[in-house]
Design a protein around this ligand. Structure first.
Ligand code: ATP
Ligand code: MG
Ligand code: MG
Ligand code: MG
Length: 474
């Protein structure tokens, strides 16, 4: 049955409401009273106060749909079928109440029952932690999942090095053999070990140990459940879409970008499709983050926004869009999300203004860079050379914020080559200078013990991870 994204979100919340959970609204993407996190990156991130015991919830069963941002996935966007910078995580949580058995049974019921998602059980696979024989037993003996649909994976243990930790079980959907041929960027993440045929949709974490400083694990007095399901991935299955993008969450944005481009259509070619996807993804992150009070700037959170905006502008250029356009997508995003997130349309004018101003400023930067580049090209030609030096490219990049890919494009139009190796050497030298300058200060490690980040690969590693500001530019 074909459901809208709004219906899938609501069904999830209704399902867990029917199991005694209180529905909590999505919290702001900007963490409140939590200096350890750059962005809210999962459903549990906003519920830390309950998990660490500092606040006792009225109801130990909670469910939510939480806007989340993961900067570690920026490079994946548009390349994999399943990653976004901003996405919605649907979750159910038990604060010392129910545990493994209920969590697994309810997940199965929601996914396969006729009244809910009605997925074909044959299509579902799960991974378990090898030592978690209990989870395997529940999946196999109680749920009835055949053993060849249960894969043991050593990685299925959630642990941030201290505090609550425990095994998890992840649920995958088999999208069919035709997906075997897709480029695999991330094969180790898949039980099939090949590609995006097996789509990870839901992660159930059984938080049952306390990881102690002496590296031993002691059973927790109160065991917790923390789950996260990607709404966009669920919707791609329900709407039979090859990637998360051919769904009602993204297609209206992509259609508008087609109109703004006038030259390219979605589906024309893989390279331009990536540009459509990146723009559709990044504008959501920008609209929501700005709606939640973050602003583009030169550091931290603001720099992430600046970087997202500049990437989107550059992809716009690839589609032949040469003036500010992202701000025009804000009402489209607002309309798609309005039923659950009215905050975008409510602040439409403000969000548009922030984005437009930032876009126009970046275009100025580009224009200034183009002038300098023209001078450089004249110089190179006058010297009867055929290659732009690594130093020149680096200076344009570092001092003027001029994107390298643009330098290359312009140079090629002028019949010139660019010295990639020379540029890389300059980048490397700068990284080393930055590292030396940093040596002692730059406290990286606010990473407080408890539930700072839920998944190893989404860990906020601190600003020190950004070697230099220019590295983030595009
Ligand atoms: P993947 O292995 O696909 O990167 P993950 O294991 O990093 O996903 P979790 O940290 O387990 O993801 O998050 C729980 C769920 O949230 C995932 O099962 C997935 O459905 C969804 N999810 C995670 N990261 C993203 C993202 N960048 N974009 C969209 N959905 C995501
Ligand atoms: Mg995973
Ligand atoms: Mg996972
Ligand atoms: Mg991931």
């Amino acid at each position: 049955k074909e459901l809208s994204s709004g219906q899938v979100r609501q069904m999830f919340l209704d399902f867990f409401k029917s199991k005694g959970h209180s529905v909590e609204p999505s919290a702001s993407l900007v963490p409140v009273n939590d200096p350890t996190l750059l962005w809210i990156n999962s459903g549990v991130a906003t519920l830390k106060k309950y998990f660490d015991g500092s606040v006792v919830p009225e109801n130990p069963r909670i469910t939510n749909a939480q806007k989340s941002i993961r900067t570690n996935d920026i490079e994946n966007v548009g390349k994999t079928a399943r990653h976004h910078t901003m996405f919605e995580m649907l979750g159910n949580f038990s604060i010392g109440d129910y545990f493994k058995k209920e969590a697994i049974h309810w997940a199965w019921e929601f996914l396969t029952d006729e009244k809910w998602m009605a997925f074909d059980p044959e299509k579902l696979y799960v991974t378990v932690y090898p030592k978690d024989t209990e989870a395997k037993r529940i999946w196999h003996e109680e749920v009835g999942l055949p053993l060849d649909h249960i894969v043991e994976i050593e990685d299925n243990f959630w642990d941030i090095g201290a505090g609550p930790s425990g095994p998890d079980t992840e649920i995958f959907y088999d999208r069919g053999e035709e997906f075997n041929d897709l480029a695999a960027d991330d094969p180790e993440n898949y039980p099939g070990g090949e590609n995006e045929r097996y789509l990870e949709i839901w992660n159930l974490v059984f938080s049952e140990f306390n990881h102690k400083p002496d590296d031993t694990y002691e059973p927790l007095p109160h065991k917790n459940i923390d789950t996260g399901m990607g709404l966009e991935r669920m919707v791609s299955i329900v709407q039979n879409a090859p990637t998360n993008f051919e769904t009602d969450l993204f297609m209206p944005i992509i259609k508008e970008v087609e109109t703004l481009s006038g030259k390219f259509q979605y589906g024309d070619a893989p390279q331009t499709d990536i540009s459509f996807k990146v723009i559709a993804d990044h504008i959501r992150a920008l609209a929501f983050a700005i709606g939640d009070g973050a602003l583009p700037s030169n550091e931290g959170r603001g720099y992430v926004l600046r970087r997202l905006l500049r990437r989107a502008v550059m992809h716009g250029k690839k589609l032949g869009i040469d003036q500010a356009f992202l701000y025009k997508l804000v009402p489209v995003v607002g309309k798609i999300m309005d039923s659950y997130y009215p905050e975008i349309l409510e602040q439409q004018e403000f969000i548009e203004k922030v984005i437009r101003t930032e876009e126009e400023r970046f275009h100025e930067t580009i224009n200034e860079g183009l002038e300098i580049l023209t001078q450089v090209i004249e110089k190179v030609k006058a010297e009867k050379k055929d290659t732009l030096s690594g130093e020149d490219i680096f200076k344009l990049y570092d001092t003027y914020g001029f994107p390298v890919e643009l330098t290359e494009e312009v140079a090629e139009d002028e019949g010139l080559k660019v010295d990639h190796a020379g540029f890389e050497a300059q980048m490397q030298a700068q990284r080393e200078r930055a590292r030396a300058a940093r040596s002692t200060d730059m406290s990286m490690g606010v990473q407080s013990a408890l539930l700072t980040e839920i998944k190893v690969d989404s860990k906020f590693v601190g600003y020190a991870n950004y070697e230099t500001e220019s590295e983030l530019l595009v």
